[in-house]
Design a protein around this ligand. Structure first.
Ligand code: DGL
Length: 261
């Protein structure tokens, strides 16, 4: 199985991409809804949670781990790569590579406070090309707005406009959507930032990487189950979970509640 974890249900934007681009593979998803959000937590806490999330997936048969959460990717991917004996995919590098090849020199990044404060996007972009200018902006109000399903409300549009204003002044040409929840706001973001700015969706990019990896690693690819029957777990099953999941995934899925940690 391909194991995907996130701080909550936002990571279903990555599952949605896997369903689109790799529809044959069986998925096991864990959303840490009891401890979400990760975006406001300390590095130590995020690493601890990410270790427990990945262990849960491995214990339940995952052979590949996809960290759907930008915050956990930013803070815990290196630790998990060192500690787990399976391939670990994270969402930062694939998004950076797509942005670096698209830009004419100025990239904007939006994400949670933890992701932006970690500086990982900026450092990774500069490692790829030190001449690229990077402007980053934490957008802490966007996750709760998406979780409330306020996807098209005037208030959401106003807040998005306010967050994106600094980028307009700096004339970025590429914008990385560095958070699980932002792909569902793509249209609003596009309208506010301007059609000429290229949006990079980290969910799309990580799944492209995963697809390439599977094509190049036939032994592991063959060993993955392909019988459908995806499994969805959360650490707290509130009525919002299936509601948001349906918005993000475009279909109903059944969740089971589990304890981790
Ligand atoms: N999944 C997180 C991310 O992509 C957003 C929600 C949270 O803060 O936990 O950064």
């Amino acid at each position: 199985m391909i194991g995907v974890f996130d701080s909550g249900v936002g990571g279903l934007t990555v599952v949605r991409e896997i369903f689109k681009k790799l529809p044959d593979y069986k998925i096991i998803y864990f959303g840490d809804t009891a401890r979400t959000p990760y975006g406001t937590k300390s590095k130590e806490t995020i690493i601890k949670y990410a270790r427990e999330d990945a262990k849960f997936l491995l214990d339940h048969g995952a052979k590949i781990i996809v960290i759907a959460c930008n915050t956990a990717s930013a803070v815990a991917a290196d630790v998990l790569r060192k500690e787990l004996g399976v391939p670990v995919f994270e969402v930062i590098m694939p998004a950076v590579q797509a942005a670096v090849s698209a830009t004419r020199g100025k990239i904007g990044v939006i994400g949670t406070r933890a992701t932006i404060t970690s500086g990982v996007y900026e450092a990774t972009i500069k490692k790829e090309n030190k001449n690229i200018e990077v402007e980053s902006q934490p957008c802490p109000l966007l996750v709760p707005l998406v979780e409330e399903a306020w996807l098209n409300q005037p208030e959401t549009k106003k807040i998005v406009r306010k967050y994106l204003q600094p980028f307009k002044n700096k004339q970025i040409d590429t914008l990385i959507l560095g958070c699980t929840h932002y792909p569902v706001l793509k249209n609003i973001i596009k309208a506010r930032i301007g059609r000429k700015v290229k949006l990079v969706d980290s969910a799309e990019e990580v799944v492209e990487d995963l697809k390439k990896f599977l094509a190049e690693n036939s032994e592991l690819e063959k060993s993955l189950e392909k019988d459908g029957g995806h499994k969805f777990f959360v650490s707290d099953l509130t009525p919002q979970v299936p509601r948001i999941a349906e918005k993000l995934l475009g279909q109903n899925v059944k969740f089971e509640k589990v304890e981790v940690g």
